[in-house]
Design a binder for this molecule. Structure first.
Ligand SMILES: C[S@@+](CC[C@H](N)C(=O)[O-])C[C@H]1O[C@@H](n2cnc3c(N)ncnc32)[C@H](O)[C@@H]1O
Length: 319
């Protein structure tokens, strides 16, 4: 297992960092090229204070075989959308190809994840987990069964150029038909390990149990306008499932309500969550099992941390 530690509240100038009130104070982080389950199995109990993660869904999509198919642009679980306006679109995992066996495997995967996380988290810890409207129930039920409380769902409103809503190979015959709604949002399940006593007691003892407000006047809300990660961020971190800093910084900030403790992303990909935490002055740990993505994260985290997002609408246009 390769582990890299960085930053101990470094001072790297004061970039304008979206959603972060102390931009000159960067959070320290530790990243490891490791399997999340193996890492969690030996992690210290009550040592993590929040989880923000975007897990693999097809379960197969990040296997070497499927990644090879994606690179070749043919077959497999990755759909390569046609180019649009001269713009090459990035590959997307195809959730509709998952059958009964894959659904059962997903349920088992999230059951194992929830059970592995529970002892490692302090009471009152929140888990934010990215999902998809087609498979979210396969995440939510196992988390509840493992003993987490469902505390809501964050709706990330995001308009992409994704197609795929028309009848396959028959869109000319049925030009007025959509086979399913074109998705304009991404659900993030929100769970909490039960508090010890009242929320106020838990906040005092463990620094967790609540969500950090946007300001004293403004609560953290469950609807966030966002945009797909594009341009500069994508050049820094060309991971097929890259999440944008402008969105992630709002989530990580809410996840550690008193700005204290350690945030974990067990499936960090290019390290975008870790960069968001660092930019917000929060301490974090990131895990990634694929050595290629791990190296991408090592290079991308400092650059994504320093990245200054534009505030944008959900379709990517500037306000
Ligand atoms: C959906 S991606 C996360 C991408 C991330 N949101 C970003 O912005 O770059 C999920 C990642 O989990 C990794 N992964 C899959 N199984 C894993 C495991 N058991 N342990 C650690 N990482 C794993 C995959 O290689 C993939 O990079």
């Amino acid at each position: 297992m390769q582990t890299i530690q960085a930053g101990n509240r470094n001072r790297l100038g004061s970039p304008k960092l979206f959603g972060c009130e102390k931009p000159e104070m960067l959070g320290s982080y530790e990243v490891a090229c490791a399997d999340a389950f193996e890492w969690l199995a030996v992690a210290k109990p009550n040592s993590i204070h929040a989880v923000v993660t975007d897990p693999p869904y097809g379960l197969v999509e990040y296997t070497p075989r499927e990644l090879e198919k994606m690179k070749n642009g043919r077959g497999g679980v990755w759909r390569i959308p046609p180019s649009f306006d001269g713009c090459r679109r990035r590959p997307l995992p195809r959730f509709t190809v998952l059958g009964t066996r894959e659904h059962a495997a997903l349920r088992d995967f999230f059951s194992r994840l929830a059970q592995s996380l529970l002892p490692v988290l302090v009471p009152g810890s929140h888990v934010f987990i990215a999902t998809n409207p087609l498979v979210s129930y396969l995440v939510y039920e196992p988390f509840i069964q493992a003993g987490f409380e469902k505390r809501g769902e964050i709706i990330r409103v995001v308009h992409t150029l994704r197609g795929g809503d028309r009848p396959k190979n028959a869109h000319e015959e049925f030009p007025e038909i959509s086979v399913m709604p074109k998705s304009c949002w991404e659900p993030w399940g929100l769970f909490r390990k039960p508090c010890q006593g009242r929320v106020q007691d838990n906040l005092r003892k463990w620094k967790t149990g609540g969500l950090r407000r946007v300001s004293q006047e403004q609560p953290f809300k469950d609807l966030i306008l966002s945009c797909p990660a594009r341009g500069e961020e994508r050049r820094i971190a060309p991971h097929p499932s890259l999440k944008p800093q402008a969105f992630l910084r709002q989530i990580v900030r809410a996840a550690l309500p008193m700005g204290e403790g350690v945030l974990l992303d067990p499936f960090m990909g290019s390290g975008s969550t870790i960069a968001a935490a660092s930019a917000c002055g929060l301490h974090s740990i990131g895990l990634e099992s694929n050595p290629e993505y791990f190296q991408m994260a090592v290079g991308a985290i400092p650059r994504l941390t320093a990245y200054v997002p534009n505030e944008v609408n959900s379709n990517g246009s500037k306000r």
